[in-house]
Design a protein around this ligand. Sequence first.
Ligand code: FES
Length: 274
Amino acid sequence: MFEVISNDILAPNLHRMVIRAPRIAPVRRPGQFVIVRVGRGDERIPLTIGDADPAVGTITLFIQAIGASTRKIVAIPAGGSILDVAGPLGKPTHLANWKRVACIGGGVGTAVLFPLVKALAATESQITTIIGGRSSQYVILADELAALSETLLITTEDGSLGRKGFVTAELSELIADPLRTPDAVFAIGPVPMMRAIAELTRPHGIETIVSLNPIMIDGTGMCGGCRVVVDGESKFACVDGPEFDGHLVDFAGLSDRLTTYRDQEAALCHAANE
Ligand code: FES
């Protein structure tokens, strides 16, 4: 069993949970994830490892409560426990000697971006971080990311914090300024956001890395649930990713697969609420 050390609400339906996982904490690398199962017979949920403290043997997970299983996880209070936390899984983020990097997070994607920015902050790269959300209450980790970045830019759809609009507006301005044009862009968030960013950087030949979060079951490359098409080839996000070249991802196919179980999920949530 894995003890829950703390469970805080960061934004509506978004929790930050610290879990005792002494075997995972010292070996996990940025970009990797775990698969969590609350109890016997429960769904297996992939969650990015947002941070780790090897000295005390804990990992930090950011959990968006959007379905029956994730709601069950976030309902566990400090002092409670989780049956399985398997990992670390997935390939770690590949870091190169970029001069300037733009790191872009949308909504809960900002939480997935956090360990990546932390890793980049230990390199020579200049980091511009752009984060966005529907409104100010959905913008998370701004102080933490500001401390790790040269520049932090914020956008909200309703203009309640930062620039009104989308993260792509800030990225367009960066690209247009020769003194700020990034050599590489990391984009993590909703599929339409990652797709829009990839299309924005494509004509400029800017390396663009996206982190995908398709449906996962075993997390070991055996079930095929996390299949995505990259450069015309089937890849498994759990073992070949979760990070891929954004210019080569079939985002339309990914969107279709993500909505495959929407009706069943709605029925489960309905049953859980009755
Ligand atoms: Fe089963 Fe990736 S989760 S192959």
